[in-house]
Design a protein. Structure first.
Length: 629
């Protein structure tokens, strides 16, 4: 029977930091830390990991049982050593010696089998827990709004998601198992030492505080420095992610030497943080080993004198030494893996921060459901909005009523709030004052997934995923057939250039669509929106990347697409907005005018200036096109 997937522990409601307005500028490195620096540092890591182990409790129990059997089998070998010395060698009894050897071999076989089972189960658990943690974190990342990713570098998030979970996998599957086995060996060894010689065991216990001192002191240092080291690695990963994704700009501006220097600085930061961690870990291991061996040497010296005085047998001393060496080896193992466990604790803290980051879009306690058929009627009343951590109002007392099937255009200078309105309509941000109603229902009362399923978006910067043409278009409706995808591409005037590819619709488009021109990307995005067939269209400069010929073709497709649908168009081209049912003129977050093209040309100076500039631009483009033809 298949194992059930782990459910994540109940999340603790932790207030995440506010996010800033999206920006294309790289954020300062220091501004990234507070966003993820929530109270996970104070969380106990082991209980969190135990939550992922709970669904596999029987495998955990079997692994612990095998661990106990293996450890006890090894401990029983000490008695075999005692019997070999006292009843075999000393008494010169070959028959008894043979029996003892067979017993030792049997114990070894049991121990070897237990080790196999323990290793398999612990390694499987490490892989499974790591996979479940990744699932939990990824599910949480999908819930976080774009505002979160506007503040946090995705490279750092990816580092936490991959490198940190891999480290946890190693610790759960290997290091933790070694620590538990060694812990059992230490406790069992001390018990057997006590049975063999109470006096010598008490002498050994006197050395325990000396050994624990370095473990506690250096262990804390290792954990703090491990966290810092992981943060530096995340910074490095974020920088690599950014420069390689924008390699065209890097090379176009000859920025390679500067980036090489900045990357080298980050590499050295990683080395600096790692050096401190390695130094304290080395001190931990060496001090524990020295103190353990020194204690055993001193106790052995006492025991040798007791044997010479006839107070204990040579077999008992041999057994005691066997247990003492096992205990010393186990303590040394613990001192080695404790560094890995502390390092994993830092990684777990970073993953907890992601897994427990509170979703910044509140859900309605009792969500309302939209009617089966949505017409696309939108009403916006008294809408004010300020981006988190800013004071300036981006939208001021916005009032709009858009009827079902109406085609409206939003024009105005850059930064006037047009794209912000699109984000608020899809509830990627929450307005401070006012409301947005769809079909008469406040969108705050709707589930975000249901709300967003009513909008088809064609952004200014077309998003192309690293897969083939078919799957890129099918992103608009995952259950669409291949023929429906082709029909959408024909409507978007994309089928012609797709057919010219060697592999047609199976052509891999590369990361971020590097194999496509800007106009081709735009038509793929429009085909995706056509396939989605949603009641409201949001067109954000949907024809901005097209040349004159392509623009004409896409406009024909958009006219078909917009028929019967409520459409909001952000555009700077006059030809795109001139036939809109209404045009809203935005300026500094306010609607300063509303009407049709001819009316606004007569009544609004800002629109008249916009139209005049665009008319001159389009005339120049038409003249250039005629010259080419």
């Amino acid at each position: 029977m298949a194992e059930p997937r782990a459910k994540s522990p109940e999340p603790i409601k932790i207030q995440s930091s506010q996010t800033d307005k999206p920006s294309s500028r790289p954020l300062p490195e220091d501004s990234l830390k507070p966003t993820l620096a929530i109270s996970a540092r104070q969380r106990a890591v082991l209980p969190w990991i135990a939550g992922f182990l709970k669904p596999y409790k029987w495998k955990v129990a079997a692994a612990v049982l095998c661990l106990l059997i293996g450890s006890l089998a090894w401990l029983s070998l000490g008695q075999g050593v005692r019997l070999m010395v006292d009843e075999g060698f000393v008494r010169d009894n070959a028959q008894r010696l043979n029996e003892i050897i067979l017993l030792v071999l049997g114990i070894t076989a049991v121990s070897g089998t237990a080790v196999f089972c323990r290793f398999y189960l612990m390694t499987w658990l490490g892989e499974r827990v790591s996979a479940d943690i990744r699932l939990t974190v990824y599910n949480q990342l999908l819930k976080l709004s774009p505002a979160f990713y506007a503040k946090v570098r995705t490279g750092e998030v990816i580092s936490r998601f991959t490198a940190d979970s891999t480290l946890l996998q190693t610790v759960v599957g290997s290091s933790l198992s070694m620590a538990l086995r060694s812990g059992v060996t230490v406790l069992g060894g001390l018990v057997m030492m006590g049975i063999t010689s109470v006096k010598m065991t008490l002498l050994v216990l006197l050395a325990v505080p000396l050994v624990l001192g370095p473990v506690i002191f250096f262990g804390r240092k290792v954990r703090v420095l491990a966290r810092e080291s992981q943060d530096r690695v995340a910074d490095l990963g974020a920088y690599v992610d950014e420069t390689l994704h924008e390699i065209h700009t890097v090379q176009a501006y000859g920025h390679e030497d500067k980036d090489r220097s900045l990357f080298n600085t980050r590499v050295e930061d990683v080395m600096s943080a790692a050096s401190g961690r390695i130094r304290y870990r080395a001190l931990l291991i060496s001090s524990v080993m020295f103190l353990s061996i020194a204690a055993i040497a001193m106790v052995t010296w006492v025991g040798a004198h007791d044997v010479m005085a006839g107070k204990m047998t040579g077999g008992e001393l041999s057994a005691f030494m066997f247990y003492a060496v096992m205990v010393a080896g186990a303590v040394a193992t613990i001192s080695e893996v404790i560094g890995e466990i502390q390092r994993a604790s830092g990684a777990a803290e970073r993953l907890i921060e992601l897994a427990e980051t509170q979703v910044d879009i509140p859900l309605a306690a009792n969500p309302v459901t939209l009617p089966a058929k949505v017409s696309g009627e939108l009403v916006i009343e008294g809408l004010n909005f300020t981006y988190p951590e800013q004071e300036t109002l981006v939208l001021k007392q916005l009032n709009m009523a858009i009827t079902a099937g109406e085609r409206v255009a939003l024009v105005g200078p850059s930064g006037a709030g047009k794209s912000t309105l699109f984000q608020l309509l899809q509830r990627f941000y929450v307005p401070g004052v006012g409301s947005i109603r769809l079909e008469g229902i406040d969108i705050a009362k709707l589930l975000p997934q249901e709300l967003r399923a009513q909008f088809a978006l064609v952004p200014q910067d077309s998003v192309i995923f690293a897969t083939n043409v078919l799957e890129n278009v099918r992103y608009g409706r995952v259950d669409a057939t291949e023929q429906e995808v082709i029909d959408a591409c024909i409507a978007a005037r994309a089928h012609e250039f797709i057919s010219e590819f060697t592999d047609g619709y199976q052509t891999y488009l590369g990361e971020r669509g590097v194999r496509l021109s800007g106009g081709q990307k735009q038509r793929i995005a429009i085909a995706r929106a056509i396939l989605a067939d949603r009641p409201i269209l949001l067109l954000d400069e949907a024809t901005s990347a097209l040349d004159a010929v392509s623009e004409q073709k896409v406009k024909q497709a958009l006219d078909v697409l917009m028929a019967g649908k409520t459409t909001l168009i952000i555009a700077h081209r006059l030809s795109t907005v001139i036939n809109a049912d209404r045009i809203f003129v935005f300026d500094k977050g306010e609607i300063v005018a509303c009407g049709r093209h001819q009316e606004l040309m007569q009544t609004n100076a800002l629109y008249r200036e916009f139209a005049s500039l665009q008319l001159l631009t389009e005339e120049a483009n038409t003249s250039a096109l005629n010259d080419i033809v």
